[in-house]
Design a protein around this ligand. Structure first.
Ligand code: ASP
Length: 602
């Protein structure tokens, strides 16, 4: 319960806290006119402050002047009123309002500010165009749904701060004007005026600084950190976003996971999320890719993927044979049993499009018939034995729709993984109110970058790798290729969203050099870009590891909102602009001159 505000000429109570216990006393409240209704000689005003809404009643007998002023009130005027708190008549009680049993009989009113007519109503939850909302964010933020989201966000951050402080973590700030800290995205650059031609980069994350703090002996660090990534914006990304960033020394995977499970259980409880208690299940990357076609599997519904290559090795059907007999990279045939459904031809074509957009060459479909045969364009190319084998492998029975992709393993996984999500959406397969949490572990250290013919770190290049024979520099060097290295990384996935990810880090400079080498950074360039890290590692670095969680996503999940923009006070649009301030914007020529810059933009 909030404590009452200090009494002053504006208020001595919060509007939303007045209840039947206060009946018979006097109260003074301030806020915005939520709406006004004139009823047979009486005027009713819903007064809104951050805490909620209270109903005001203006009687002509309580002062003609004040009543006349009330007649002039419009939505969003700011007023302060004083009067008696009285119980409403039985028929007038509003059970939907915390203050619904009482109202204030106004005796005094001060008009503090007028308002133009808002471009949209603030007293109803109508769907509004998002551009309109962002352009008028100050007004949009007055709406109850936004207040609720930002209050929840505050509670989440407060829980994080309290829990981690109790666990002996120190909150330490790291720089915003810094040098490139790679997380795989493009940097935002800030030109230096004092050193023309030089640039700061905004941090993609505090990754390197938190590692330096570990080398410096701070043992347990956290920060509610703003991160900046100049990516081509996808639907629910923001160029700046907030992470809970943390790091610990002298730890292994289980230590980091343990603290964070306990923390997350508390965070989930803040939002009243019905989700399993720790320890959370763990799933290997390969299993996740195989069964769910994604490294952030949504396990709330079935439609799991099965590899059926074994049943088709001898197939004479060209599409399967050519994929399965390819030596490099080896191909697979994988399939989903989509269950017994009437799916018209047109929808099958749509599903094929989904698979194709996700990279597959095509999609094979088949309906299992009463006699075990298939109704499918490819049925005539398969032997009865093959059809029987596939039907059994997919645990299919009469009426079931089977969907298969033949391709490289990663393409097949991605296509069927995308298709799974599409089907769940299309057929509404996620059970209402269900939430699933799990860790994904055992990631490959690198992914092959075919365009540039080199390895890219799957997590980031400061993640500790392991080779089949251990994780020393010698064991890593002995592995036949860095493609065989795994990483000591872990991701926390909820409902198919990656809420957080981290890893045990490299603390041996020789291993760090091996990783730089594998991603194509030669020693000179590594020294130039990350010399400060390599140097720190040479001065006694403890084994350490950490994680970062996306606060925006966590709050959106807890609030049950589809977009992170609804839990950020001042977000940007999908094209990275802010319709409220007009950012990004041109600057004047003098500012550019001072920075030694000239624009070549058309
Ligand atoms: N810095 C990583 C990220 O932002 C998280 C971590 O490894 O702790 O994704």
């Amino acid at each position: 319960m909030r404590s009452a505000p200090r009494a002053n000429p504006y208020r001595d109570a919060w509007a939303g806290d007045l209840d039947a216990d206060r009946a018979g006393s006097a109260a003074r409240v301030s806020g915005w006119v939520h709406n006004r209704r004139d009823h047979g000689g009486l005027i009713f005003v819903d007064l809104r402050d951050r805490s909620g809404i209270v109903q005001l009643v203006f009687h002509p007998e309580n002062g003609a002047e004040q009543f006349a002023a009330a007649e002039r009130l419009r939505a969003e005027y700011v007023i302060s009123v004083a009067g008696g708190v009285v119980r409403r008549e039985a028929g007038q009680v509003n059970p939907n309002l915390a203050t619904g049993e009482i109202e204030i009989q106004v005796r005094e009113m001060a008009l503090l500010a007028e308002s133009q007519t808002p471009p949209f109503p603030l007293d109803s939850d109508v769907e509004l165009d998002e551009m309109l909302r962002l352009r008028n964010r100050t007004l949009d933020l007055r709406r109850r749904s936004m207040v609720d989201a930002l209050v929840l966000r505050h509670e989440v951050v407060r829980t994080i701060r309290e829990t981690l402080s109790d666990e002996d973590f120190l909150e330490i700030e790291t720089p915003i004007l810094t040098k490139s800290t790679p997380e795989g995205a493009r940097d935002f650059l800030v030109p230096s005026r004092l050193q023309p031609g030089s640039f700061y980069a905004l941090p993609q994350s505090p990754q390197l600084f938190k590692q330096l703090l570990m080398v410096a002996g701070y043992e347990r660090y956290f920060q509610i950190a703003r991160c900046f990534r100049d990516e081509d914006l996808r639907a629910d990304r923001q160029p700046e976003f907030t992470q809970l960033d943390l790091e610990m020394s002298f730890v292994e995977e289980d230590d980091v996971i343990d603290v964070n499970e306990r923390l997350m259980a508390k965070v989930f409880a803040v939002g009243g999320l019905d989700i399993q208690a720790p320890p959370y299940p763990r799933m290997g990357y390969e299993e996740a890719m195989l069964r769910f076609g994604s490294d952030r599997p949504d396990t709330r519904f079935g439609l799991e993927i099965t590899d059926v290559s074994e049943h088709l090795r001898a197939s004479e059907f060209k599409v399967f044979a050519s994929v399965l007999n390819r030596a490099h990279p080896p191909g697979v045939v994988r399939a989903i049993n989509a269950g017994a459904r009437e799916v018209p031809r047109k929808e099958l074509d749509e599903l094929t499009e989904v698979a194709k957009r996700a990279g597959a060459g095509g999609l094979v479909w088949a309906f299992v018939q009463e006699d075990g045969s298939w109704r499918s364009p490819i049925a005539k190319f398969l032997s009865n034995e093959e059809i029987g084998g596939l039907t059994t492998a997919l645990d299919a029975s009469a009426g079931d729709l089977l969907l298969a992709v033949a391709d490289k393993a990663d393409v097949a996984a991605n296509a069927l993984g995308t298709l799974r999500l599409d089907l769940a959406n299309r057929w509404d397969l996620v059970p209402e109110g269900r939430h699933d949490v799990l860790w994904v572990v055992d990631f490959p250290m690198f992914a092959l970058n075919e365009d540039e013919d080199r390895w890219d770190a799957s997590h980031h290049p400061f993640t500790a790798p392991t080779a089949p024979d251990g994780n020393t520099a010698a064991a890593l060097a002995a592995a036949e290729s860095p493609g065989r290295w795994k990483s000591r990384a872990y991701d926390l996935v909820v409902d198919g969203w990656e809420l957080g990810g981290g890893s045990i880090r490299i603390h041996d400079p020789a291993v760090q050099s091996l990783v730089f080498d594998a991603i194509g950074l030669d020693a000179a360039e590594a020294e130039l870009r990350f010399g400060f890290l390599l140097e720190a590692l040479r001065f006694g670095a403890p084994p350490h590891g950490g994680i970062a969680f996306g606060i925006d996503r966590i709050v959106a999940l807890l609030a049950g909102l589809p977009s992170i923009r609804d839990v950020i006070a001042f977000p940007k649009t999908a094209s990275g602009s802010d319709p409220l301030t007009g950012a990004p914007a041109q600057v004047d020529a003098r500012q550019l001159r001072e920075l030694g810059l000239r624009s070549t933009a058309p």
